[in-house]
Structure formats: structure tokens, C-alpha cells
Design a protein around this ligand. Structure first.
Ligand code: CAA
Length: 694
């Protein structure tokens, strides 16, 4: 047996004729250059040792491997590449068995696929999530996986990117044997000994051609898959490249397929989309880190949550906690409103169950965790109380001063307000340190963003608790400061103002929506207004301003729910541009004396998005967001900003801040100080820096 190499992240132990190679590199065994070299060294030593008849590869710590080291992409490669390493492992003269626990993702699963056998514990998860990073499995995954599971399943796993459980993987033939949870290593060694004893031939996935025949015999399956997934993959480059590679696996000899995959991988990894998606991966993890609230800040225990308001928001918020098994007490002022709210929650669950995404018995389990009441006093036993009534400061203040009397000591008092001043709300209590904003996004049971709003006096452990419970219920919490609309809605208001100005100047709402949609957002501002309802905050009696929205509402064009808003809607809610709307816009423009003109798509984009970026810069200047990447996480998870553009601040960097600045100045000259560039933007542009450098 060769000497143990000092500091090798791979340790070798011998069990009889089996060499067990244990990967021990950081929290996730990311396959960076050090670990790759370590595997090669240990592997070559085991292969050269005549006493070794088989090799087991196993992960030390939490998992087998989370794949390539994402932070290495875009940098010059050092040492052996993963594809070369895996070809070397596959070509081994001795059988290699991968023993999987925790995760085998991306390059981690590709490593297992280069082995001759795979055993895993039932709780393990395997997958090829590269598509989510804007790349593809570039170490043979697109060529080997279809050879094991067939092209159809390979498309689902590679283009979908979601991990699958080991049991399901075993069902597909991807895992050869399941091992007991607590004895993976012993089981893998025994498996290897059996392989030796039986003198089984070395089966290499590269030599298997039975499963890929389907791809040649029914090539239509690729076209069908493209069509089925067109909506989900719109705008992304990586899914198409993944499909092309799987097609190539079915068409080309293995080595040519590998070369094809390599070329596609190189194209993607050097592109802007992948840079954006990798940035988002790290940005999401960064958002959890708060400089003055260390990770080990003790959180307050949350055993029961109170929700005030059983409307759309209150109901959606409650569902998050019920889904996570946390009991909720929901309060309303009137029985009918409460019953309506409860019914909506139940119907939501039943619909999910009908679609097969929830077991019918779980509908009852979740409803069983929900208590309803008309008395605020019943919230006395709650550890976290979230107020979700409509946006009226008077009512919110009244509720919080009552909560101050009712809630038990140490309970966290949160408001779901989207705009209002948390400090003013906190001032109504004698415990402002326990008050915080928890701003969910509609539909609150679906959208992943949670803006956690830190008030002037909010205690650190209250912040830590809000962030932690947010993650526990599946949200992506981002800490923001108190200002009108916080981060998301404050920036949205900029876009909205310019969109409204553009339509008075003669651009149609449909063109504004088209440009924003083509940019990659799920919908444009006018489609969004129609969906939300144009009459939010509008009433016939008090309205005097006669804006386009006012006139639409007066004609009962209040959005999708009334069958018409900016657009006309048919019975199936399909939108068509409306002549009535165009006439109303022309009338308002004339009344206000707005000069009508044409605008290019580029101008529409700049006019609506650059002021958002500028506002983001002001938010950073004022310290209302900790980092530019937090703003990007808000926009991706709360508003559907296309992840392949990395969020508005990342996108502005890719456009180039000098260009953004130059256009803002030009628009400022024409339209006034709404476009006045922020000092931060001026400074960064002058220094040749981007938001990424902050
Ligand atoms: N590369 C570099 N760093 C990684 C990493 C990777 N592949 N996976 C995780 N990390 C880092 C995280 O950034 C985090 O760092 P900090 O503690 O400094 O924030 C740390 O490892 C722990 O990660 P998580 O907080 O995410 O831990 P978790 O237990 O919640 O989740 C996980 C574990 C499910 C494996 C998750 O980390 C994950 O999804 N990782 C990425 C998996 C992936 O996309 N793999 C494909 C890589 S690309 C590839 O392999 C290309 C190829 O074909 C060659």
C-alpha cells in the first residue's frame, strides 16, 4: 500500500482486499482542485497496490459531495479537471463502488456515475442541479445518466434540476443497492467483497447502449419535452443546452458525446447567465448573514403563531406555518370574514391534494393545527403574532396597543405591512424591542421572499428569530430597514411611475408589458395591476384626480376580477388590448397636455428599470439594505426578476454603471429630478466600480 499523502483531503483505509477512500473536504466535499488531486492520488495508490481488489469511495462528514466547487468557475483551472479524473476512475482495472449518504449532487453524482457500482442509504439525495446555476453537468453527467435511466428520465432529472431520493433513484436503476442508514460503509465494503468474490465483470456506464436506443427510435420525445417545458425554461440558455447534450448522448458514440458536452459546458460557463445564476446561489446564502447579529444569537422558541386578519394575506401567511407543523391561531373581527378565510385555506389545501401534491390526510392534519377566534385575547399564548390587516396606520396602531396588553412577555409582535413605519407602530407598545416587520409577498403561501423589517429598537434576538422561523417555513428572509415600501415596493414604485408616464406619452400599455415580459419578468406593470385589482386604495367617493386608473375604475374596469381593466378579458381570463383603455389614456394625456411621441423598446426598458437601479443605490446609501445582493434576492424571489439576469443591481453592473449613469442624466434633463442619479451611483461609475465591489 502506498504511503498516505500528508494533508490529502482523501484518507485511505484498508478493510481486507477493499480500499476505502474517504473524501474529507469542508462542509460539502465540493470537488475543488485540492479534492480532485486528492482523489487521484489516493485512487492511483489503491489501484497500484496488488493487495487491493476493489475500491470504495465514500464521503466523510455530512454528505458524499455537493459537486464541483462553484467558486472555481470562471477562474483558470488548476490540476486535473473533473471530467479527466472521472474518465480515469471509470477506466480503473479494479471495481469502484460509490457509497452515498447526504447529497450526491452535480459533479458528486457524476463521480458516482463514473464508478462501477453505487450503494446509498435511503435518506440520501442525488441529482444534477447544474441547470440552476446556468450550466450543465459537464463531467459526463449528460452522457452517462441517459445510459442508466433512459433519455426521458434523464431529461426530467437534468433539465428539472431537482434532486431525487435514493429510493426513487434505486427504482430507476441509478442506485444498485440501498444500505441501512447506520451502516453504509460496512455495507459498501461487503458489496465490494461480493463483487470480488463473484468475479463480476467491470460494468462501465459508457458501454451501455440499451437505454439510449429509445432516443434514436423516438426522436420526437425531445421536441415534445421542449414544448411541454417552454414556459418554465423561457429565456434560460442552459435548459436547451442540456437537452441538446442528452440528444447527443443518444446519437453519438460516448467519447464524441463527451466532447459535445464539454463544448456546450464551456459556452455556458463563460456566459453572463451562468455568472448571474452562480452569483444568486451565493447571494441567497449571504442574505442570511447579518453583521451585528451573529449566527449563534439564541432565537426565541416559537411553538404557536397568531395571525390577525383572515384575508388573502392572513390566510396565506397562516398556511406557511401550518405546512411546517406549527399551530396557528387566526383572528378576525367578524364571523363571516373568519369563515370565508378558513374556507379559502381549506380549498387551497384540497386543490393541492387533488393535484396529488398533498396527501388527503395531510389536509386534515394541517387544518387541525388551525384555531380560529373572534377575540384578540386568545393570542395571549402565542410566541409570535403577525398582524395582517389592511394598510391603515390608525387600525394598526390600535391593534398594537391592544397586543401590548394581551401578548405574553417575550412574544414577538410583527406587522405584515408593505409600506408603513414599523417604528411608529412599535411606539404604540411598551416593548418596541419585540416589534418587527415580517412582510410576506402575495400569494404568501407561494412566494419565497420575506422582508424582515428591522425597527430602530428591534432586539437582535427578535431579528434572529424572525430570520430563522422564516427559513424554517421555507422562505428566503432578507433583512431591510424602515422606509416607505422597504426595498421591494420602494423600487417597484419607481417602475410604476415611469410606466404610467410612458403610456401618457403614447406608448401603449401592451408595449410596456411586452418589453418587461421579454426582458424576463413574469408580467409587465399593467398586467400586474389588472391582476392585483385597480381599485386597491381607490374609492368613487374620494377620488378626484382623474388618472387613467381612476377613469378605468369608474367604468368598472377594475382588473381581471371584473373582466376588464387595462386589458379586456375573456371568460378564461385571456387578455386582449383594449380600445377603450387607449381612448381613456389619450383623453388624460390631452387634458394634462402631455406631448405624444414614440419610444423604442430600449427606451421603455431604460425608463422603467434604470430608476429602480438608482433607487436601489439610494437604499444602499441610506443603509436600508445590508448589501446590493440582498436587493437582488428581494427582486428575484418577490417579483420574479429573471434569475439569469441576477437581480437589478447585478444586471446594472453587466450593463455598466457609466452607461446607466449617462442615460439617467439624459432622462433627468428631459423629465426632471425623478431621474437624478444617486451619489453612490455617481461615485461607483467614476471609480470604474460596480455594486459587486461594495
Ligand atoms: N461549491 C462551493 N461551495 C458550496 C457548494 C459547491 N458546490 N455547495 C455548497 N457550498 C457552500 C455554501 O456556499 C455554504 O457556504 P457558507 O457556509 O460559507 O455560506 C456551505 O457550502 C454549506 O452549504 P449550504 O449552506 O447550502 O448547506 P445545506 O446543508 O443547506 O445544503 C446542499 C447543502 C444541498 C449541498 C447545497 O449546498 C447545494 O445545493 N449546493 C450546490 C449543489 C450544486 O449545485 N452542485 C452542482 C455544482 S456544479 C457541478 O457540479 C458542475 C459539474 O458538472 C462539474
Amino acid at each position: 500500500m502506498a504511503q498516505e499523502v500528508k494533508d490529502n483531503p482523501v484518507s485511505t483505509a484498508r478493510e481486507g482486499a477493499v480500499a476505502v477512500l474517504t473524501l474529507q473536504s469542508g462542509p460539502v466535499n465540493a470537488l475543488g482542485s485540492g479534492l480532485r488531486q486528492g482523489i487521484l492520488t489516493a485512487f492511483e495508490a489503491a489501484e497500484a497496490d496488488p493487495a487491493v481488489k476493489a475500491i470504495v469511495l465514500i464521503g466523510g462528514g455530512r454528505m458524499f459531495s455537493a459537486g464541483a466547487d462553484i467558486s472555481e468557475f470562471g477562474k483558470p483551472q488548476s490540476g486535473i479537471s473533473l471530467p479527466d479524473l472521472l474518465n480515469r476512475v471509470e477506466a480503473s482495472t479494479k471495481p469502484v463502488v460509490a457509497a452515498i449518504h447526504g447529497n450526491a449532487l452535480g459533479g458528486g453524482l457524476e463521480t458516482a456515475l463514473a464508478c462501477h457500482y453505487r450503494v446509498a442509504v435511503p435518506s440520501a439525495k442525488v441529482g444534477l442541479p447544474e441547470v440552476k446555476l446556468g450550466i450543465l453537468p459537464g463531467a459526463g453527467g449528460t452522457q452517462r445518466l441517459p445510459r442508466v435511466v433512459g433519455p426521458r428520465k434523464a431529461l426530467e432529472v437534468i433539465v428539472g434540476g431537482s434532486p431525487i431520493g435514493a429510493k426513487a433513484a434505486a427504482g430507476m436503476g441509478l442506485i444498485d443497492e440501498l444500505a441501512p442508514e447506520d451502516s453504509l460503509r460496512a455495507h459498501a465494503v461487503a458489496f465490494a467483497e461480493r463483487v470480488i468474490a463473484e468475479g463480476r465483470p467491470l460494468t462501465k456506464i459508457r458501454d451501455r447502449n440499451d437505454k439510449i436506443a429509445e432516443g434514436r427510435e423516438s426522436p420526437g420525445l425531445f421536441a415534445a419535452f421542449r414544448e411541454e417545458n417552454a414556459r418554465k425554461t423561457r429565456g434560460f440558455e442552459a435548459p436547451e443546452a442540456c437537452i441538446a447534450c442528452i440528444e447527443a448522448a443518444c446519437r453519438l458514440p460516448f467519447d464524441e458525446g463527451l466532447a459535445f458536452e464539454r463544448a456546450e459546458f464551456q459556452k455556458l460557463v463563460s456566459g453572463t447567465q451562468s455568472a448571474a445564476q452562480r452569483y444568486v446561489f451565493f447571494a441567497e446564502r449571504q442574505a442570511a448573514k447579518i453583521p451585528d447579529v451573529p449566527d449563534d444569537t439564541p432565537a426565541r422558541p416559537i411553538a404557536r403563531v397568531g395571525v390577525i386578519g383572515a384575508g388573502t394575506m392572513g390566510g396565506g401567511i397562516s398556511m406557511n406555518f401550518l405546512n411546517a407543523g406549527i399551530p396557528v391561531t387566526i383572528v378576525e373581527t367578524k364571523r363571516e370574514a373568519l369563515d370565508r378565510g378558513l374556507k379559502t385555506i381549506r380549498t387551497n389545501y384540497e386543490n393541492t391534494a387533488k393535484k396529488g401534491r398533498l396527501r388527503p390526510e395531510d389536509v386534515e392534519t394541517r387544518m387541525g393545527l388551525l384555531s380560529d377566534t373572534l377575540e384578540l385575547e386568545k393570542l395571549a399564548e402565542c410566541d409570535l403574532i403577525i398582524e395582517a390587516v389592511f394598510e391603515d396606520m390608525g387600525i394598526k396602531k390600535e391593534i398594537f396597543s391592544k397586543l401590548d396588553r394581551i401578548a405574553k412577555p417575550g412574544a414577538i409582535l410583527a406587522s405584515n405591512t408593505s409600506y408603513l413605519d414599523i417604528d411608529a407602530i412599535a411606539a404604540m407598545t411598551n416593548r418596541p424591542a419585540d416589534v418587527i416587520g415580517m412582510h410576506f409577498f402575495s400569494p404568501a403561501n407561494v412566494m419565497r421572499l420575506l422582508e424582515v423589517v428591522r425597527g430602530e429598537k428591534t432586539a437582535k434576538d427578535v431579528i434572529a428569530t424572525a430570520m430563522q422561523i422564516g427559513r424554517k417555513v421555507g422562505k428566503i428572509p432578507v433583512l431591510v430597514g424602515v422606509c416607505h415600501g422597504f426595498v421591494g415596493n420602494r423600487m417597484l414604485a419607481e417602475r410604476q411611475r415611469e410606466a404610467n408616464r410612458l403610456i401618457l406619452e403614447g406608448v401603449t400599455p401592451w408595449d410596456v408589458d411586452r418589453v418587461i415580459y421579454e426582458f424576463g419578468l413574469p408580467m409587465g406593470p399593467f398586467t400586474m395591476s389588472d391582476l392585483a385589482g385597480l381599485d386597491i386604495g381607490w374609492s368613487r367617493e374620494t377620488n378626484k384626480s382623474e388618472s387613467v386608473r381612476d377613469l378605468l375604475c369608474e367604468q368598472d374596469r377594475r382588473g381581471q376580477k371584473t373582466g376588464a381593466g387595462f386589458y379586456d378579458y375573456d371568460a378564461r381570463r385571456k387578455a386582449t388590448p383594449s380600445k377603450v383603455t387607449e381612448e381613456i389614456i389619450a383623453k388624460v394625456a390631452e387634458r394634462q397636455g402631455v406631448k405624444r411621441r414614440d419610444a423604442t423598446d430600449q427606451e421603455i426598458l431604460e425608463r422603467t428599470l434604470y430608476p429602480m437601479v438608482n433607487e436601489g443605490a439610494k437604499i444602499l446609501e441610506e443603509g436600508k439594505a445590508i448589501r446590493a445582493s440582498d436587493i437582488d434576492i428581494v427582486w428575484i424571489n418577490g417579483y420574479g426578476w429573471p434569475v439569469y439576469r441576477g437581480g437589478p443591481m447585478f444586471w446594472a453592473d453587466t450593463v455598466g454603471l457609466p452607461k446607466v449613469l449617462e442615460r439617467l442624466r439624459a432622462y433627468q434633463a428631459e423629465y426632471g429630478d425623478a431621474f437624478k442619479p444617486s451619489a453612490l451611483l455617481e461615485r461607483l461609475a467614476a471609480e470604474g466600480k460596480g455594486f459587486k465591489d461594495l
